[in-house]
Design a protein around this ligand. Structure first.
Ligand SMILES: Cc1cc2nc3c(=O)[nH]c(=O)nc-3n(C[C@H](O)[C@H](O)[C@H](O)COP(=O)(O)OP(=O)(O)OC[C@H]3O[C@@H](n4cnc5c(N)ncnc54)[C@H](O)[C@@H]3O)c2cc1C
Length: 463
């Protein structure tokens, strides 16, 4: 049978199983890529299946497992590691139609939602009820809770509040060969068996399909006051970051942009950045109005001690929202600079941040690539990025070599090759350079225990 006919037969079979409208025919091309399209990654699929319930997900997985068809779970397709890209055919299982709130109990700070709920919808729903769901990955309007859990996504507020996994108390997951199970639930503690839900968090679709999650919430902070300070160079700015960490103050965010990232995101920037703006710090004070006001003053004191070129400290809600909206646009603005980019997300011990930022620039210069970084300074997490032109394959090739040096840099500094985007396909095979052999073997044995046929998102998260 030709590939085309095999795809048609597969679509007809799953369509017959799940009913009308569940299988896209023909499959839309947008499901062959995710946000790594900016580095030219595009795959091939046989079918796009959009189930409407956890039961339909279970039946689709069971059918695929029985017929040896690869299953590629997909959330909002905003991933930056190529995790949702189908590499060589199979079924892309989109969760976008599972977006219901299963239960919401504001008085006990708890919500259970289906996996396809957009991250921003969940955050809004919590806020409308005086509650707060802190994880705030940059593409929150498009990414989904299931995708956030599958990548253990971070974001600026992870500095104070932790990454997505810290907010998950339970998961409903379809496991191979097609069984709907729950790990944990509406409970805040669980020391019973092995923490299986933790294995699924960050598993990038390789262990099962998340269909719903129980999430913890907290009372929303009454006030949130960001402060931006611009410094002339990396050394001065990184010293201020260290000063803030050592001060004992607890900002909700501790973000940075180097000079190249700031220049790329110049459009719509809501603050002044006089030259030679080489390093920008963004902190946020939150809490009750009194607490946030006091913390803001103390943070401003530390930031001014570093002799900034400019300081911006909005307090009006609209100006605060403007600032974070601009911050969310940094990644697309860097992409727009040359039409494409190869971005990595290494993480290093926070006291090695300045070295990592400086060496990122040196690596880019050695490969003759326009380079910048920005990210979550307080977590030591850099989005080290090489800007490339999509019609220059030589630039992509040089950027890929440069990325290998970044991974080596992260390892040498005692860090990891991914802080929040995951391994996906773009970093597949590089884990074994950082992890010991027994650790990588155990990683594979865990995978085999969940998915003996290796049909769940094949080619992804390989050590
Ligand atoms: C502009 C921009 C800014 C970003 N900023 C951040 C940031 O600040 N912090 C951060 O961490 N990330 C960031 N990201 C990356 C991305 O948004 C996150 O990785 C996000 O969690 C991906 O969610 P998604 O729903 O789009 O998942 P997808 O891209 O669809 O999938 C990601 C991975 O999860 C798996 N998956 C998806 N849904 C499920 C499911 N229900 N069950 C099992 N597996 C599943 C997929 O197979 C894939 O391996 C950014 C991306 C962009 C484009």
């Amino acid at each position: 049978m030709t590939e085309l006919n095999a795809g048609r037969a597969l679509r007809a079979a799953i369509g017959g199983l799940l009913g009308p409208g569940r299988v896209l025919d023909p499959p839309a091309a947008s499901y062959t890529h995710d946000a790594t399209l900016a580095r030219g990654l595009r795959g091939r699929l046989d079918a796009v299946v959009l189930p409407q319930s956890a039961d339909e997900v279970t039946r689709a997985v069971a059918w695929c497992y029985e017929h040896d068809v690869p299953i590629i779970p997909r959330g909002g397709g905003t991933g930056l590691a190529g995790g949702a890209v189908p590499l060589d055919g199979g079924v892309v299982l989109g969760l976008e139609r599972l977006r219901a709130v299963r239960s919401f109990d504001p008085l006990v700070w708890r919500i259970a939602v289906e996996a396809g709920m957009p991250t921003a919808d969940l955050r809004r729903r919590a806020r409308e009820n005086g509650l707060y769901y802190p994880p705030d990955p940059g593409a929150a309007e498009s990414s989904q809770i299931g995708g956030n859990i599958a990548t253990n996504a971070g974001g600026p507020h992870a500095f104070k509040y932790g990454v997505t996994g810290a907010w998950v108390t339970g998961l409903e997951v379809v496991l191979p060969p097609g069984e709907l199970v729950t790990f944990g639930g509406a409970i805040r503690k669980d020391a019973a068996g092995y923490d299986l839900k933790r294995l699924v968090i960050g598993s990038e679709g390789t262990l099962g399909v998340i269909t719903a999650a129980w999430l913890r919430l907290i009372p929303a902070p009454e006030a949130e006051f960001p402060v931006v300070a611009v410094y002339p160079d990396v050394a001065t700015g990184a010293a201020v970051v260290a000063e803030i960490l050592g001060s004992g103050l607890q900002p909700a965010t501790l973000e940075y942009l180097d000079g190249g990232a700031l220049a790329a995101a110049a459009a719509g920037r809501p603050f002044a950045a006089p030259p030679p703006a080489g390093f920008t710090v963004i902190v946020e004070a939150d809490g009750s109005a009194d607490e946030a006001t006091r913390l803001r003053q103390e943070l401003v004191g530390v930031l001014i001690g570093g002799r900034p070129l400019a300081l911006h400290a909005p307090t009006e809600a609209a100006a605060v929202a403007d600032l974070w909206r601009w911050r969310e646009r940094v990644s697309p603005a860097v992409t727009a600079r040359r039409g494409g980019k190869l971005g990595e997300d290494i993480v290093v011990p926070v006291d090695r941040l300045a070295e990592a930022i400086t060496e990122t620039l040196e690596i880019g210069a050695r490969h003759e690539l326009e380079t910048c970084s920005w990210g979550h300074a307080g977590d030591g997490n850099l989005h080290s990025t090489f800007m490339i032109s999509p019609d220059r394959p030589d630039e992509l090739a040089r950027a890929e070599h440069a990325a290998l040096e970044l991974f080596a840099l992260a390892t040498r500094l005692g860090g990891s090759i991914s802080g929040e985007h995951g391994i996906g396909v773009v970093k597949a095979g590089h884990l074994r350079n950082t992890w010991s052999e027994p650790a990588t073997l155990l990683h594979e044995r865990v995978r085999a225990a969940f998915d003996p046929k290796r049909l769940m998102n094949p080619g992804k998260k390989r050590p």
